[in-house]
Design a protein around this ligand. Structure first.
Ligand SMILES: *[C@@H]1O[C@H](CO)[C@@H](O)[C@H](O)[C@H]1NC(C)=O
Ligand SMILES: *[C@@H]1O[C@H](CO)[C@@H](O)[C@H](O)[C@H]1NC(C)=O
Ligand SMILES: *[C@@H]1O[C@H](CO)[C@@H](O)[C@H](O)[C@H]1NC(C)=O
Length: 477
């Protein structure tokens, strides 16, 4: 008897597993409806950050760079924004006399230099990029004359400037270094650099790695005064959530992290300054990424979900960091191979392309992420369905049925699938990752394969979509 009960319980468990509950979401017929929170979309909300010393290499000596960026430009009509900076920005000195982009030496090509110089040509190269460019300048060395000399070249060649956060050990951070001392230092730096170049609305301020509210834009704003404020263009923060693949890709985790870490700081910036809030440098795991986490398809799914959650939280742009060429686990591409995260990022770009408004329909608590974008007339344009359940590659793979209502009078909708054999699949190891049936070629970032759209029937404005564990589906309305 006991055995039969056990067996019955086991069967029930198996049956429950085999029939994942359906979830239903109503797509608002226009932006603003349905009690969701809506955010305006930047024309290019996903950007790329290049580590300062590696930037010339990415632009001149990594073939995939231009193509990977222009693939997104083809989708959105806008070149993705780039930012140049990072740890080596605060190790760099300007050398007006060098004709090289950067000068440094390292014992091993996988290393980042401990010190380097850069010449005017560095800024000229940055100025050749057709999209928006943020260039980070040195604050940590506390050599303001050198920084101002670089800033003067930068403003004549490229658009934005901004200081970074000095780490312990930087000359400026000797002695007491806390959010308040740092904020005063930034205010002073912004006035000196801003007035030297004679331009308002030019500095991307903030840029801290440590989380708000201790180190946040709100703390910086509290220290600002009427002299420093006009130089600030936007406020930015850095973020590397970390964790294993499963944790990283889990939607409820990403959604609550973005909200709990940034929503209040974003709101403070909006209310007190009306300026934009940016994630100026971010990626999955700090220090170039984690070898078994950052190059995976699970990290690609995180990239997609995180960028979209940031956008729905009124974070205008997110710059995904790219470090040392050849030693960068989270990079979207390298000299020889593609990285899985490019696939997730491209799905996010495809959802937002040309749209004006974004909203999340999910309640942030489950494995299901649902994002809708709206066009200039406020009509829903596309919906992204994300099943963040982890799948390690063996055993049964769960399927979530997403039912969408409010789809209007058409008979069918088309959809593109972001998929891979498992959460652990890697583009750099040749695993079969695809978006709408397509792949990006190692070394060149040229798209390969036929673009595949699935067609799903709509009845009475309602349709059901199957999304496997660790998959996403982009529905075109
Ligand atoms: C985003 O900012 C807009 C104003 O620009 C505001 O109306 C909206 O409520 C904000 N959304 C969120 C999710 O905070
Ligand atoms: C380009 O990359 C190759 C391969 O790492 C390297 O040998 C070469 O020095 C690089 N050239 C420049 C100009 O950086
Ligand atoms: C703002 O603070 C700076 C010191 O960092 C000071 O030089 C400047 O005069 C102040 N401006 C105003 C309007 O108080």
């Amino acid at each position: 008897m006991a055995r039969i009960t056990q067996l019955a319980a086991l069967c029930a468990a198996i049956i429950t597993q085999g029939t994942d509950a359906a979830v239903t979401f109503a797509v608002p017929s226009k932006a603003g409806d349905g009690g969701h929170s809506y955010a305006p979309l930047d024309p290019a909300p996903l950007g790329i950050s290049f580590e300062f010393f590696a930037f010339p290499s990415y632009l001149t000596n990594v073939t995939a760079t231009n193509q990977c960026l222009s693939n997104w430009k083809d989708l959105t009509g806008v070149w993705p924004p780039i930012r140049i900076g990072g740890t080596t920005q605060d190790r760099a000195s300007f050398d007006a006399s060098t004709s090289a982009y950067v000068v440094y030496s390292v014992a091993n090509p996988a290393d980042a230099p401990m010190t380097l110089t850069f010449g005017p040509k560095f800024m000229t190269l940055a100025g050749t990029y057709p999209g928006s460019v943020v260039v980070g300048l040195n604050r940590g060395k506390n050599n303001i004359d050198n920084t101002i000399a670089a800033a003067k070249v930068a403003v004549s060649e490229v658009k934005n400037l901004y200081p970074d956060y000095p780490k312990d050990g930087q000359p400026i951070a000797r002695g007491t270094w806390n959010p308040s001392v740092d904020a005063s230092s930034q205010v002073d730096w912004n006035i000196r650099v801003g007035s030297a170049v004679g331009k308002n609305n030019i500095i991307q301020a903030g840029n801290w790695n440590q989380a708000p509210p201790e180190w946040g834009a709100a703390q910086l704003i509290a220290r600002e005064n009427a002299t420093s404020k006009p130089y600030v263009r936007h406020y930015a923060h850095h973020n590397y959530p970390g964790g294993d693949v499963q944790k990283l890709q889990t939607h409820s985790q990403t959604a609550s992290n973005v909200r709990s870490m940034f929503a209040a700081d974003v709101a403070a910036v909006k209310q007190q300054t009306g300026k934009e809030y940016i994630l100026g440098e971010t990626n999955s795991v700090s220090g170039g990424g984690a070898a078994n986490v950052s190059p995976t398809f699970g990290a690609a799914l995180w990239t997609m979900d995180y960028a979209l959650r940031a956008a729905t939280t009124n974070i205008s742009r997110v710059y995904f960091h790219h470090g040392t060429v050849g030693n960068c686990q989270y990079c979207f591409w390298g000299r020889y191979s593609m990285g899985a995260p490019y696939y997730g990022a491209t799905a996010a770009v495809a959802l937002t392309a040309g749209a004006r408004t974004i909203a999340a329909l999910d309640d942030e608590r489950g494995n299901e992420g649902v994002y809708v974008t709206f066009d200039g007339e406020g009509r829903p344009a596309r919906v992204l369905l994300y099943n963040s359940e982890y799948y390690a590659g063996s055993g049964r793979r769960g399927v979530q049925v997403f039912t969408l209502t409010g789809l209007g009078g058409g008979e069918s909708v088309r959809a593109k699938r972001l998929t891979a054999p498992s959460s652990l699949a890697r583009a750099d190891r040749g695993d079969d990752i695809s978006f709408g049936g397509q792949r990006w070629t190692d070394g060149t970032c040229v798209v390969a394969g036929e673009e595949v759209f699935e067609t799903v029937g709509v009845e009475n404005g309602q349709a059901a979509f199957e999304v496997k564990a660790a998959e996403a589906l982009l529905v075109y309305l």
